[in-house]
Ligand binder design. Structure first.
Ligand code: ZN
Length: 216
């Protein structure tokens, strides 16, 4: 398994990275204090500084390392995803989050995203968690905004950039129609001139790198 990209605001207030083999999106934010985060750069000590863990969904390859992060202050996952684990238990391994306290969040009708539902993480528009259903009901994309520019982390909405370029939806989908609809949205967002980068979790072509965004 390769290491995944680190995204970092130029002010270093917020870092987003994917973790080891689990591909969990991590987010650390302690206002005004630079917190570099990322196993590739700091080693395992970084996990103890983690404040927010955003689970894009709970499939095994995204949740297997979760218990290592159980002391994070906020371990967030959408209500829809939690519902999926109950309705479709065969798709999940619940022991992976045994002893972990989730902080479920509810998408609101914001008009953002393929089904118009999102959650403003810090209530300031800087980080949006956007429902991109299909692969799972609660699948969440993370959009990091600075001014008009943004970086989009679309998790398993497609398995690579090639997915939206060639419109190949994820192979396993709870709802194929929704998965295709979400992929269309990912494509539109990725082609937008304000999109700095759009990244999938499983894209083997991604080389670990840093993206710096100017804060406005
Ligand atoms: Zn998945």
């Amino acid at each position: 398994m390769n290491n995944k990209p680190v995204l970092q605001f130029s002010t270093k207030q917020i870092c987003v990275t994917a973790v080891m083999v689990t591909f969990i999106f991590l987010m650390t934010m302690i206002p005004r204090i630079p917190i570099p985060l990322g196993y590739a750069h700091l080693g395992y000590a970084a996990i103890f500084w983690c404040v927010y863990v955003i689970l894009t969904h709970l499939h095994t390859d995204h949740a297997s390392g979760l218990r290592m992060l159980k002391d994070a202050k906020h371990i967030m996952v959408s209500e829809e995803e939690i519902r999926d684990t109950k309705e479709y238990p065969i798709r999940y391994v619940k022991s992976m989050w045994k002893g972990v306290s989730f902080e479920p969040f509810a998408f609101s009708d914001t008009g953002v995203g393929p089904v118009g539902k999102s959650y403003d993480l810090f209530d300031d528009g800087s980080v949006e968690l956007i429902q991109i259903p299909g692969h799972t009901s609660g699948l969440t994309a993370v959009k990091i905004n600075t001014g008009d520019k943004y970086v989009l982390l679309f998790s398993d909405g497609g398995y690579a950039s090639k997915s939206w370029k060639e419109m190949v939806p994820p192979g396993t989908a709870l709802d194929e129609k929704q998965a295709l609809n979400s992929l269309k949205w990912i494509r539109d967002m990725s082609l937008n001139e304000n999109c700095v980068e759009s990244l999938a979790n499983h894209d083997a072509d991604i080389v670990p790198h840093t993206i710096e965004l100017e804060q406005v």
